[in-house]
Design a protein around this ligand. Structure first.
Ligand code: FES
Length: 108
């Protein structure tokens, strides 16, 4: 497989119910992951786009679900399935981030 042009990482870390930090999975990270998978399947861009689920916390849990896009190094928060679709389309089709979902400095 060639090096991907766009690589999406979605945090699917889980914590016990009631944990003070919560988790991305408790906030429907799997829905975002599934939405990205469907977009990738529909696009058939398996040679340039890669999708990875990350089982370890990426850090800013309070604004989860968290998604990171490389090599752009763009971090997103509150990634709903609909947001994931929009982010996929923008990065893959135009190479541009979607500012309204980007994490702000100081969130990390
Ligand atoms: S649990 Fe996803 S960023 Fe911490």
């Amino acid at each position: 497989m060639p090096k991907p042009k766009t690589h999406f990482f979605v945090c699917i870390n889980e914590r016990p119910t009631g944990h003070p930090r919560g988790s991305c999975t408790a906030k429907n990270a799997m829905g975002a992951l599934q939405a990205l998978g469907q977009k990738l399947q529909a696009s058939q861009k398996f040679d340039t786009v890669m999708l990875s689920a990350v089982r370890s916390c990426l850090g800013p849990c309070g604004t989860g679900p968290i998604m990171v896009v490389y090599p752009d190094n763009v971090w997103y928060g509150n990634v709903t399935p609909q947001a994931a679709e929009e982010i996929f389309d923008s990065h893959v089709n135009t190479g541009k981030p979607v500012e309204k979902y980007m994490l702000k400095e100081g969130t990390f």
